[in-house]
Write a new protein. Structure first.
Length: 76
């Protein structure tokens, strides 16, 4: 795995430890669509029915995500 892929897998592991079990996921990215798509791909490997939406961050979220970052929200 590349360093970036390890980081994405870490995000997914954290989601699971916080109770993610195939529910809705919203992934917003700041000029990093490949990372958002990779996370969605990892989630769909285990939960093919997951409701995943990828979008671009806007407004104040851009400040918090920073260029290259992603923000993830989910429900169990």
């Amino acid at each position: 795995l590349t360093t970036k892929n390890k980081e994405i897998y870490t995000i997914y592991k954290n989601m699971k430890s916080l109770g993610y079990a195939g529910g809705k996921v919203r992934i917003d990215h700041c000029l990093n669509l490949p990372a958002a798509e990779k996370l969605a791909e990892i989630i769909r490997e285990e939960y093919p029915q997951a409701d995943i939406i990828i979008d671009v961050v806007g407004g104040l979220c851009c400040f918090y995500a920073e260029v290259g970052g992603i923000l993830v929200g989910f429900e169990g």
